[in-house]
Write a protein that binds this ligand. Structure first.
Ligand SMILES: Cc1cc2nc3c(=O)[nH]c(=O)nc-3n(C[C@H](O)[C@H](O)[C@H](O)COP(=O)(O)OP(=O)(O)OC[C@H]3O[C@@H](n4cnc5c(N)ncnc54)[C@H](O)[C@@H]3O)c2cc1C
Length: 285
């Protein structure tokens, strides 16, 4: 490690996952998505980018076997001991969209009911102290992994921008929460293809501008494996292949990042590939 290498923040923890029941505190529609707030006894807390396996709906007195498997969901906001928590309970929130049977059943879980939880899982993102800016790029439900990361990076004093892309306003979730992070120094930039919110077009437009402005050294985090091909513009295409290969070779799964110019000192900045599918496969055994 060179003398200029950034230090990993003490925010990284070694918490072992627990298997337990989360008491539903609330489960509400939040603009275009849903938020499920759970209180879990002995919840050890999570680091940004970790996820839980959550049961598909409330735990019933009679076991239900369809769907059989729990679903992976990012820990959206780790809330600690809120006033609603009892004894050793700690609360966290999931931000989700109803897309199939499991999330439909989850959306029906009522306050006071319980859902099964295994977590926290995954490596999470390393939070590094650095003078270099951080650009967090996401779309769809993948943005749920970026909220705590944005807060943690900004708390180190680092310039932090979140870039959210969607087809239309109706596809943006968590928008109000990310906008509220302005009070913690996080800048939010949005792009929608129909222009209903933010810049009209793909997120690559503001991303390219931000990359140019940031210069070498910026940390760029993209959510979901499809993100690299979507986010890299024509001018970056040659770099993209090299970087994707490098990221895979380095075992960059589940929230590992790289810094721009780290290999050969060349911009544009590298991406962090969060291999969500691989992480979920590992969690399911
Ligand atoms: C690590 C990780 C973290 C995640 N975090 C979040 C998060 O924070 N928030 C969130 O909302 N999601 C998150 N997801 C995604 C989430 O796990 C899935 O959306 C969820 O598992 C869907 O479960 P389901 O039972 O509702 O849908 P499923 O029934 O499993 O369906 C999943 C998708 O497949 C489609 N589908 C199902 N059957 C068919 C078929 N026969 N033909 C064609 N298409 C079909 C559905 O329309 C749907 O789009 C995460 C995923 C991973 C891997």
């Amino acid at each position: 490690m060179s003398a200029a290498a950034p230090m990993i923040s003490s925010i990284r923890s070694e918490s072992l996952p627990i298997r337990g029941q989360g008491r539903v505190l609330s489960n509400v529609v939040d603009r275009n998505g849903r938020k499920l707030r759970l209180a879990v006894p002995d919840w050890p807390g999570s680091i940004p980018g970790q996820f839980v396996m959550v049961g598909t709906g409330a735990t019933a007195s009679v076991p239900r076997h369809d769907p059989l498997l729990p679903r992976p969901m990012a820990v959206y906001r780790d809330l600690g001991a809120t006033p609603e928590c009892r004894d050793s309970e700690r609360a966290f929130e999931l931000l989700y969209r109803v897309v199939g049977r499991g999330t439909t059943l989850l959306s029906e879980a009522q306050p006071g009911e319980s859902v099964s939880i295994v977590g926290p899982l995954g490596e999470g993102f390393p939070v590094e102290e650095s003078d270099a800016p951080a650009l967090l790029v996401g779309g769809g439900t993948g943005i749920a992994s970026l909220y705590e990361l944005a807060r943690a990076l900004a708390a180190t004093g680092r310039s932090t921008r979140v870039l959210l892309g969607a087809r239309a306003e109706a596809d943006l979730i968590g928008f109000d929460d990310f906008a509220a992070l302005a009070s913690e120094g996080v800048e939010l930039i949005c792009a929608t293809e129909d222009g209903s919110v933010g810049v009209e077009g793909r997120i690559t437009l503001p991303l390219e501008a931000a990359l140019t402005e940031s210069g070498p050294g910026a940390l760029v985090v993209c959510e979901e494996p499809p993100a690299p091909s979507f986010f890299w513009s024509e001018s970056c295409r040659a770099e993209k292949c090299e970087r994707e290969g490098a990221a895979r070779a380095a075992g960059h799964a589940a929230g590992r990042g790289e810094r721009a110019g780290e290999r050969g000192g060349r911009p544009p900045p590298l991406l962090a590939v969060r291999a969500r599918a691989a992480a979920a496969r590992r969690a399911r055994g």
